[in-house]
Design a protein around this ligand. Structure first.
Ligand code: FES
Length: 100
């Protein structure tokens, strides 16, 4: 599903998009785009309002950090993750591969 135009995605900050009823957070890192779920695995904080550092996205509520490439929480021992979605950038468009 098309999630938007690459040029509409600023680098270094998360963008929340609604695609087919799902809320997904897009993070642009250079010319690459990653996509993950919007709801923090800790207590449901809005990752779309989080802070991006490199490939890490920090939840605005208590600071849990996720690797946007995998959706895994990078804090040792947490064992938490958010969904991660495949992204394709083609012809300036960003396409998301969401599970059916
Ligand atoms: S709800 Fe995200 S860190 Fe607590």
């Amino acid at each position: 599903m098309r999630a938007g135009a690459l040029e509409g995605l600023p680098a270094g900050r998360p963008i929340r998009v609604e695609v087919e009823g799902a809320t997904v957070v897009l993070v642009r890192v250079g010319d690459a785009v990653y996509a993950c779920g919007e709801t923090c695995a800790h207590k449901g904080g809005p990752l779309g309002e989080g802070r991006v550092t490199g490939t890490r996205l920090a939840c605005p509520w208590h600071g849990w950090m996720y690797d946007v490439r995998t959706g895994e929480c990078v804090f040792p021992g947490r064992g938490a993750r958010v969904p991660s979605y495949a992204v394709t950038v083609e012809g300036g468009d960003v396409w998301l591969d969401l599970p059916a």
